[in-house]
Design a binder for this molecule. Structure first.
Ligand code: ASP
Length: 307
């Protein structure tokens, strides 16, 4: 039995968007059309990148100068690991991360070098941002300017106030292997060159023989807390996923406070769960018999299988 769990970001999401829920369902179908865990997560994430509904791929946020700089990572329990950071060229950063994992000696490629690889390999180029994205950027920039922040500060506060954290991710178990993939445009108004948690294994994504996880939220907090690395250690100590998520939640809140992040995880024991300490998180649980896309509200732990 295949297990696929995906998310469309955690943050201050007040009411469900029907388009976002539909995009999650479509991503489930794209993932479920494949049989191995790596293909499942890459196809599900690529569908969310293309949907324009989330902060990844076509829907990516813009940095302080109004440019797109995207991060993505992919990993399997069998040892494949690849990520890209601050890329501007590819339509699907997750596919470029997979190429880094499968076709290079490296783990993480950043900036123009990664873009050159994408272009050289003939990967499709991302179309310019939609008018909606550019308008949102202008509005945020005005807010940011009104904030009169000291030089080089205040970007994260502005993005966080606007509740904009809708990175995408997918985790899967195919009965033999686990895989995780995460992709983002990063936080709005970030300084050019800023890289968040998404391409950092143990922070934004992780797959080990025990678990596959994908995080979303404030990258600066997630990198400090390394939630997936810690979750893997908790599972290694013999805890089940539910117990491990409870302890992890306390560790995260002590380390970086509430309102900072959410994550999804599946284990090789067939458990699937969600943790989030933000107002909301979009997720979808996808099996061959049912696809359930939801906006969860209020924070906490949700066990979908096991626990
Ligand atoms: N985690 C992403 C970042 O900080 C943002 C998000 O989750 O939307 O780059």
């Amino acid at each position: 039995m295949k297990t696929l769990l995906i998310h469309g970001g955690a943050g201050r999401i007040r009411e469900p968007s029907h388009q976002a829920l539909q995009a999650l369902r479509d991503a489930c179908k794209a993932g479920l059309s494949r049989d191995n865990a790596l293909d499942m997560v890459v196809e599900a994430v690529a569908a969310m990148e293309d949907s324009g509904q989330f902060n990844a791929g076509q829907g990516s946020s813009l940095n302080l100068l109004g440019e797109r700089e995207m991060d993505a990572g992919v990993m399997t329990s069998t040892g494949l690991l690849g990520a890209v950071a601050a890329v501007r060229y590819p339509r699907n950063p997750v596919r470029l991360a997979r190429i880094v994992a499968e076709a290079t000696d490296h783990v993480l490629l950043a900036g123009p070098g990664a873009d050159r690889l994408a272009e050289g390999l003939g990967l499709p180029q991302i179309p310019p941002p939609s008018r909606g994205i550019v308008e949102r950027y202008r509005r945020l920039l005005e807010e940011y300017r009104r904030g009169e922040y000291p030089l080089y500060r205040g970007n994260l506060e502005t993005a966080r106030d606007a509740g904009l954290m809708d990175t995408v991710g997918a985790v899967a178990w195919d009965g033999e292997a686990l895989a995780a993939a995460t992709s983002t445009g990063g936080v709005w108004l970030k300084l050019p060159g800023r890289v968040g948690d998404t391409p950092i294994p143990g922070a934004g994504f992780l797959a080990t023989p025990r678990l596959a996880g994908s995080s979303t939220g404030l990258g600066e907090a997630i990198i400090r807390a390394m939630p997936l690395q810690r979750l893997d250690q908790l599972l290694a100590s013999g805890l089940d996923l539910h117990e491990a998520l409870k302890i992890l939640g306390r560790i995260i809140e002590d380390a970086v406070g509430p309102g900072t992040m959410g994550l999804i995880a599946v284990t090789s024991r067939g458990e699937a769960g969600i943790y989030y300490n933000t107002e909301g998180i979009y997720t979808a649980s996808c099996t061959s018999t049912s696809i359930e896309a939801s906006l969860h509200m209020g924070g906490g732990i949700i066990m979908l299988q096991g626990g």
